[in-house]
Design a protein around this ligand. Structure first.
Ligand code: AMP
Ligand code: TRP
Length: 331
């Protein structure tokens, strides 16, 4: 039986946040029994913003260890590093030639990033979504689990697949996004109108998967709420809404139950309990991570085997693509 294919990636461009966990990693594990899953550490995407080589190497292993700590089983899912499979860069080049400049100009993430950094406006930042499309299309992917912020990039991947198929005949599967209704957009603790991001300059804005207990308690205590003073779930109280979402996802309790419990308690007690819910939710991940990160040989074995397996499948697609565009085979 041919299982449907799932592909997703996370950038090793900082320590992962609770947003990454809730919006992405937590959902990856649920898929691995039913689907043929590929989870990639996208180091080539990470260098579109300035990186220190030594740190990038460390973070790449960190993300791999966190994949496993969050429940991914290397026996079931293919875990690998993007730069180990050159087909990603190769397909990306071909896809560049069917991508319109105008499309890339409309990408919100590019617009935001270019607004923030006028110094390092490199072309890689512009073509970032094309490389992401290559990641996905190489594996004939059916489903892509991501957070809400990646929706537009996925639309582009679908569009490029369709355009290539129309121009050169059926080659790529057109992928579908898998975006959870709940938790797909965890907001900053300091500004509940922008998403929680590991690149935020204010470290109180995010909780890291590897934050210690005291940091978690402190950050949640300082999280921005409002002056209403009543625990309720509404768009008028976006800070609180975000905290309730986090509580709900990590405790598996529904929003109503949570609001009922705290409506007469005020924010202090709610935040204290939320901190404990987050600590308890992250504790098993942190423990597994701590073990894994010292097992370099094990991690090396995982990413080597992962890359071999990924490459085998990626090359099948790339060979088809090269043939269709008119490249003569080397042998
Ligand atoms: P990145 O860290 O940009 O590589 O993102 C990795 C995954 O985490 C992607 O699927 C994102 O959509 C998801 N993600 C990142 N930040 C958040 C957030 N604040 N809330 C929900 N999902 C997120
Ligand atoms: N661009 C994604 C992000 O920042 C990471 C990513 C790269 C990705 N390639 C991908 C996600 C392929 C899903 C599928 O979150």
């Amino acid at each position: 039986m041919n299982k449907k294919v799932v592909f997703s990636g996370v950038q090793p461009s900082g320590s992962l946040t609770l947003g990454n966990y809730i919006g992405a990693l937590r959902n990856f594990g649920e898929l691995q029994n039913e689907y043929d899953c590929y989870y990639c550490v996208v180091d080539m995407h990470a260098i579109t913003v300035p990186q220190i080589a030594k740190d990038l190497r460390k973070r790449t292993l960190d993300v791999l260890a966190l994949y496993i700590a969050c429940g991914l089983d290397p026996e079931k899912s293919t875990l690998f590093v993007q730069s180990h499979v050159p087909a990603h860069a190769e397909l990306s080049w071909v896809l560049n030639t069917v991508t319109y400049m105008g499309q890339l100009n409309r990408m919100t993430q590019f617009k935001e990033k270019s607004r923030k950094s006028d110094e390092n406006l490199n072309a890689g930042l512009f073509t970032y979504p094309v490389l992401m499309a290559a990641d996905i299309l190489l594996y004939q992917t059916d489903f892509v689990p991501v957070g809400e912020d990646q929706k537009q990039h996925l639309e582009l991947a679908r569009d490029l697949a369709e355009r290539f198929n129309n121009k050169y005949s059926e080659t790529f599967k057109v992928p579908e996004p898998l975006i959870k209704e709940f938790g797909a957009r965890i907001m900053s603790l300091q500004n509940p109108l922008s998403k929680m991001s590991k690149s935020d300059s204010d470290e109180n804005a995010y909780i890291l998967i590897l934050d210690d207990k005291d940091s978690i308690r402190r950050k949640i205590k300082r999280a921005v709420t409002d002056s209403e003073g009543v625990v309720a779930y509404s768009d008028e109280q976006p800070g609180l809404k975000n905290l309730i979402n986090i509580y709900s996802v990590l405790s598996s309790e529904d929003v109503e139950t949570i609001v009922k419990r705290y409506e007469s308690e005020g924010y202090g007690k709610f935040k204290e309990d939320l901190a404990e819910v987050v600590i308890a939710g992250l504790a098993p991940i942190q423990a597994t991570y701590a073990n894994l990160i010292n097992s370099k040989d094990y991690l090396e074995k995982i990413y080597k085997e992962g890359a071999d397996k990924a490459e085998y499948h990626a090359m099948k697609t790339l060979r088809k693509v090269y043939k269709k565009v008119g490249f003569i085979p080397r042998r």
